[in-house]
Design a protein around this ligand. Structure first.
Ligand SMILES: Cc1ncc(COP(=O)(O)O)c(C=O)c1O
Length: 388
């Protein structure tokens, strides 16, 4: 599938210029059809109809297998969750904590995990150490090493920073942590679907992401990866251990991430929709997607550089590896002014961008369905507005 064919599946391109895939992507036609087909099928024949289940369960399983092969892992190590926030929470709730334990995180974590860590520290009287990401991967890794102690129970960092799109050296961090016997939890919300991610190569213990950003899945489904050796360690819910299984067949399934993390009745339509989205992304090719979005970001950077007030928060690509997120502040514009600009870009020009509150700036996240022409329109409109 070409990028143009993919774009043709996106009705949003007829409505506006959408540079907000970093928050949530619009749903492509094929994914929408898959979700709709399953919902209608269940409605017509009944979700608890055994014939129905016989047809749907293999499709749900197949969707997980597709995701597993995209990530170079196994289905047994993946569980469906609602989103990254829930994935992080379930992993952290599934581990056991005691007073004095330490967790090391980076200064680039998303607000949803920052509040979780704060809550965990309050609940268990433990310490959460925030390591500045620094200017380069080396400075970050050096700073991280200094914070790893005998009490460190977990290192948790983002794969791609939500604030500025910088990629963090997750493979090197996982290797460092492994040397010390410390597990790693990676927040991949901004990574999966942007570029190839190989979970075996990264070597982390836990990884979680949402399907509704760069994978173009339906809103409301993500996944958690639990590396095989950690499967028996994770227990976010209260269930008996396998030997008590006689009365609890439904809950006590073979040891797998799904058995530990997915409980109760859940959607078949969303996983099957996400499986279709994985097919789309795989058919286009993650390398093609990455090359296209880096081109768009480069074009945006060059255009924005010409505006005096712009100061990039996203580091130079020559210094650290970036992604399809580009963040900047506007000198001397406060939060209200930024909010006004973001709103005006929408109302006057039909361009959707993000007011990134933490940096009091703007974040652009163009995706593979966006075009050079859209970037040019954005730049013209933005320059006009800055000059007004
Ligand atoms: C790095 C990162 N982690 C977590 C999240 C939260 O994602 P969700 O709302 O899908 O749980 C986001 C959302 O933008 C993010 O960028």
């Amino acid at each position: 599938m070409t990028l143009q064919e993919f774009r043709n599946q996106m009705p949003i391109t007829e409505e506006c210029i959408y540079f907000q895939t970093g928050t949530a992507s619009p749903t492509p036609g094929e994914v929408l059809e898959a979700v709709d087909r399953i919902m209608r099928f269940q409605s017509r024949y009944g979700p608890a109809n055994p014939e129905m289940r016989e047809q749907l369960y293999p499709q749900v399983f197949e969707a997980k297998s597709k995701l597993a092969s995209l990530l170079n892992t196994s289905s047994e190590e993946l569980a469906w969750v609602t989103n990254t926030t829930q994935g992080m929470q379930l992993i952290v709730r599934g581990l056991s904590w005691k007073e004095g334990d330490e967790v090391v995180i980076s200064s680039a974590e998303h607000i949803s995990s920052r509040v979780m860590w704060k809550g965990l520290a309050q609940r268990y009287g433990m310490t959460v150490t925030v390591v500045p990401t620094g200017e380069t991967d080396e400075t970050f890794l050096d700073a991280l090493k200094k914070q790893m102690t005998a009490r460190t129970r977990l290192i948790s960092i983002s794969h791609v920073s939500t604030l500025d799109g910088r990629r963090l050296p997750v493979t090197a961090v996982s290797a460092l942590a492994r040397e010390q016997g410390i597990p790693t939890l990676i927040d991949g919300a901004q990574a999966i679907g942007q570029f190839p991610v190989d979970l075996r190569e990264i070597g982390c213990d836990f990884y979680t992401a949402s399907g509704h950003k760069w994978l173009f899945g339906p809103v409301g489904l993500g996944f958690v990866y639990v590396a095989r050796p950690q499967l028996s360690e994770i227990s976010p819910y209260i269930i008996p251990e396998p030997e008590d299984s006689a009365d609890y067949q439904r809950y006590i399934r073979p040891l797998s991430a799904g058995a530990r993390i997915e409980l109760g009745t859940s959607s078949s339509a969303l996983p099957i929709g996400l499986g279709t989205a994985v097919d789309l992304v795989s058919t286009i090719g993650l390398e093609t997607i990455e090359a296209h979005t880096s081109g768009l970001v480069e074009q945006l950077r060059t255009g924005l550089e010409a505006i005096d007030e712009v100061e990039f928060v996203t580091p130079e690509p020559q210094v650290v590896k970036g992604s399809a997120l580009l963040s900047f502040v506007l000198r001397e514009r406060d939060a209200d002014a930024i909010q006004h600009i973001v709103r005006t870009m929408l109302e006057r020009h039909r361009i959707v961008i993000k007011h990134q509150q933490e940096i009091c700036g703007i974040r652009l996240s163009p995706a593979c369905f966006n075009t050079d022409q859209e970037v040019a329109v954005f730049l013209r409109s933005f320059q006009e507005m800055m000059a007004a």
